[in-house]
Design a protein around this ligand. Structure first.
Ligand code: NAD
Length: 377
């Protein structure tokens, strides 16, 4: 029997992305899979039901979940959605594996085979499946536009009959995937950009985008291209060294993250107070606690004349391209799970093995299992 993919409308109210776009649906059908969708699933991303050729629209959500062999999601399924799934079902999505032990234990107990796209290892072969990167690049681009929109000043230098305007000074904290896009976009808008990251290897990438790398002498690279969490002493040192630089900025875009941890605080309340009135901070780490002490997720806070914005779900604000890129990530990952239209995962493949979250009634990654078993399940 051909694998049936099910694509529901996302249940999170603010989510406009969809897990499958028409072009990718066509490719998957061409590879022997069957696709079923909930009517209106693509509407938030401007894809009409009629754009999905050869896809069967299933009116009843319960039927869609029950009939799917593989459910394709953007956001993690709610407990109610998990309960609609049959035990033989697989789920692919951004499942926030460390965010909700209750959800992971429900997937486990339901016997669902769940793949968390966040767990795709960052090896060269898996780049085309790397949803964290595709969505982070969108977030970085949009963060720069949000900062430009909030700022009460120009980003570029302007020479006009009414005088010369100096370019805005933008500091990007964290030069990972999102940070590099924020740097590139701010630079394209004409700002004078500097950036900082604890991974010294980002220095050349920052420079190649036309920005200045701040040398603070705090280095913390870890395995897999990520940063490690700083010690308390290093954190204090980093904050002290950044303070003077921040005070001189018109805009700070912060993107610093350590996987599985609360976001590091890089901008203290006193640093915000020291900024000039009319300065702007856009904190992309808002959903994991924020890089700035004044950040409130989903809000724009005015702190002594400085605007601090902590947007939520930034990739969801560019739903067309975010959905297209995400759907391609999923389709590339499905290549490892489905052969000739049949469910045939290669469990020995390191990308499959590292991405699986729950299988055959167990939580697979040790770090997640410890958290699930440590909490109330
Ligand atoms: P991330 O979202 O986990 O973190 C964002 C940035 O914050 C990182 O660059 C990190 O070094 C930085 N950071 C953490 N703590 C900090 C602190 N205290 N101060 C300043 N900066 C801090 O990272 P990401 O963007 O998802 O990716 C990190 C890196 O992984 C990439 O830049 C790249 O080198 C690597 N990567 C590899 C692949 C691949 O090979 N397939 C794909 C994507 C990313």
């Amino acid at each position: 029997m051909a694998v049936t993919l099910g694509v529901p409308k996302e249940t999170t109210e603010t989510e406009n992305r969809v897990a499958l776009v028409p072009d990718v649906a066509r490719q998957l059908i061409g590879r022997g899979m069957e696709v079923r969708m909930q009517p209106g699933a693509g509407a938030g991303a401007f894809f009409a039901d009629g754009d999905y050729h050869d896809v069967r629209m299933v009116e009843e959500r319960e039927d869609l979940y029950r009939e799917a062999d593989v459910l394709l999601k953007v956001q993690p399924p709610s407990l109610e959605e998990i309960d609609l799934l049959g035990p033989e079902t697989a789920v692919l999505g951004l499942l926030d594996p460390l965010g909700s032990p209750e959800r992971v234990s429900r997937l486990r107990d339901r016997g669902v085979t769940a793949f968390a796209m966040e767990l795709v290892p960052r090896v060269a072969r898996a780049q085309a499946m790397d949803a964290l990167s595709s969505q982070a690049s969108i977030a970085g681009y949009k963060a720069a536009l949000m900062a430009a929109d909030l700022a009460p000043r120009f980003f570029p230098m302007l020479t006009t009959a009414a005088g010369t305007v100096r370019p805005a000074k933008v500091l990007v904290l964290g030069a990972g995937v999102a940070g590099l896009q924020a740097i590139a976009t701010s630079h394209r808008l004409g700002a004078s950009v500097s950036a900082y990251d604890v991974r010294p290897e980002t220095k050349d990438q920052v420079a190649s985008l036309g920005a200045t790398f701040l040398e603070l002498g705090v280095g913390a690279s870890a395995e897999g291209g990520y940063a490690r969490e700083l010690t308390e002493e290093e954190k204090r040192q980093e904050q002290e060294l950044l303070a003077d630089r921040i005070a001189d900025m018109d805009v700070v875009i912060s993107t610093a993250a350590v996987p599985g941890r609360k976001a590091p605080i890089l901008v203290r309340e006193a640093d915000v107070t020291a900024m000039r009135p009319g300065s702007v901070i856009v904190d992309l780490a808002a959903e994991t606690g924020g890089n700035c002490e004044c950040t409130q997720a989903g809000e724009t806070v005015r702190h002594e004349g400085v605007l601090v914005y902590g947007p939520r779900n930034v990739p969801g604000r560019l739903p067309v391209h975010a959905s297209e890129m995400y759907a391609r990530n999923l389709a590339n990952f499905l290549d490892l799970l489905v052969r000739d239209g049949q469910w045939a995962p290669d469990w020995e493949d390191e990308v499959v093995a590292q991405t699986v979250l729950t299988r055959e009634g167990s939580v697979v990654p040790e770090t997640v299992r410890e958290r699930v078993e440590g909490g109330a399940t």
